[in-house]
Write a protein that binds this ligand. Structure first.
Ligand SMILES: [Zn+2]
Length: 348
């Protein structure tokens, strides 16, 4: 039976909405709420929150003898105020794994604990070429050499504190979302692209009046970028988990922006062979454009569950994302392929 057609307009709309919702790890409640509202359109799914703050949707299937789960994460890279400097600027600590040069010059928003926002930009401490000459090029991009210049009058720590800013406030990088010729260019496609694919798969089955083959849990995780997102939150009788996260595109990689990828091995080792074989067979049978790949510097939420003692089969699929943990880009073709793969898996 052919797959029901998926709604790419819906996918793109939800994705852009999520990309514009700030959610660095530890500060994800807005994005979790947004996904909860999106899923509320589909009354067959029953949503709840874990104590850790993840969103869990239970989706009754035609059978429930081998319960399954899919997971994707809404948390993203970001930063936190580490120190208010004597010049009124902010020293940051990173949330998640990224290099400072990937956000140098980026606009950002500081979220104060009182609910205010202050705009600014992430800059090198010796930013001006007219003042510092070759040091602009030579200075190492590390915590001590990066700062936030606030768009507010402040040249002392006291003046910055008067804005309501304190140590521990979250700093969100501008995603700069742009959609052109089917390409989506934005920060944080990792992993909001895959959350949007999950939503689109739910909508497709819903619109077609179909149920998943097995009772399925969707876990929208909120601590992936720091390594323990999906370590908890699944039902105890879970049999298998398909993690949906971006594929690493670049020199030497099989993945690209127009295919979905099956990751057979990453830094955490190989995934589950039999589940991989089933996913390959589903892609072949449904003519889903896919690649098989190995990601050299990568860990997933599926491995977080394994490390936490999860006794389930785990696999990893997802769309190719160029320049990951940087100014990322993917294409609707990869998102459509990923969505169709999810639909094929759910239906099988
Ligand atoms: Zn990710």
């Amino acid at each position: 039976m052919p797959l029901p057609p998926n709604d790419l307009m819906y996918l793109e709309k939800m994705l852009v909405k999520l990309l514009n919702t700030p959610s660095p790890t530890g500060f994800t409640f807005r994005a979790i709420e947004a996904v909860e509202q999106m899923l509320a359109e589909f009354p067959e799914l029953e949503c709840s929150r874990t104590r850790k703050g993840a969103l869990v949707a239970n989706w009754p299937g035609r059978a429930s003898n081998a319960p399954r789960a899919l997971t994707a994460h809404v948390d993203t890279l970001g930063a936190m105020v580490k120190e208010i400097k004597s010049n009124g600027r902010l020293k940051l600590t990173r949330i998640g794994g990224f290099a400072w040069n990937t956000v140098e010059g980026e606009g950002c928003t500081v979220y104060t604990s009182q609910g205010e926002t202050v705009r600014g930009a992430i800059l090198l401490v010796k930013a001006s070429g007219h003042v510092h000459g070759s040091q602009v090029n030579e200075l190492k991009r590390e915590d001590d050499n990066m700062e936030v210049r606030l768009d507010a009058r402040s040249s002392s720590a006291d003046e910055t504190r008067a804005l309501g800013i304190e140590v521990g406030d979250f700093v969100v990088f501008d995603p700069r979302v742009e959609v052109t010729n089917g390409f989506i260019r934005s920060r944080h496609l990792d992993d909001k692209a895959c959350v949007a694919c999950l939503l689109a798969a739910v909508k497709t089955l819903h619109d077609a009046g179909l149920q998943p083959a097995q009772t399925t849990t969707l876990l929208i995780s909120n601590y992936e970028e720091v390594g323990h997102g999906a370590a908890a939150g699944f039902p105890p009788d879970l049999v298998e988990l398909v993690t949906v996260d971006m594929a690493a595109v670049g020199e030497g990689q099989a993945s690209d922006e127009f295919h979905a990828s099956l990751c057979v091995k990453d830094s955490g080792g190989p995934y589950h062979y039999e589940l991989n074989q089933r996913l390959r067979a589903l892609a072949e049978a449904n003519k889903i454009p896919y690649k098989v790949d190995v990601y050299p510097y990568y860990g997933s939420d599926g491995e977080a569950l394994w490390r936490a003692g999860g006794n389930v089969a785990v696999a990893l699929i997802g769309p190719g994302v160029d320049a990951s943990h940087n100014y990322e880009r993917t294409h609707m073709d990869a998102l459509a392929a990923t969505t169709n793969w999810i639909i094929a898996y759910l239906s099988s």
